[in-house]
Design a binder for this molecule. Sequence first.
Ligand SMILES: [Zn+2]
Length: 192
Amino acid sequence: MAIRTILTAPDPRLKKKSQPVASVDAEVRQLMDDMLETMYDAPGIGLAAPQIGALKRVIVLDIDREDVKTGPIFMANPEIIEASDEDATYEEGCLSVPEHYSDVVRPAKVTVRYLDRDGQAKELACEGLLATCVQHEIDHLDGILFIDHISSLKRNMILRKLLKARKEQERDEAEGKPAKPKTKKKESAGAI
Ligand SMILES: [Zn+2]
């Protein structure tokens, strides 16, 4: 397994549509394992392949909260086959939109069909944080970020701040300054 670099917005690769995998072969399993290790290292509770620059329809999740403990979940070609009329609002974060959080409204319950790490077809009924996470990750496969669900005013403000932070980091690196320590992530919001 290997820890891969997580792309951050506004990277154009995050806006691309990912392609389905033909089957879950050794290469896809390797990708899944790298993604899980990268997600744990970040740390986050979900990661989609395009976030590490692989435009494949593969996601990984592991929610470990007081009320929800899923263990590692691997999904290839995930598809939402059912969504509730009822909505839920969660404050979402994203490893590709570091240090920004915003409330996003999505269906409260979804059923997702996918291939697991052994290539077996599965269906999973999701609710609560798991439902939010699965939808957030599947959005990544279609080039959609959580900031695409919020007002354009707030989205543009976040993107401007991210660009500014990146330029500052590049300038510091060019001048040989040590990297700034990462600010601690908010406890309540999951980076997914
Ligand atoms: Zn994300």
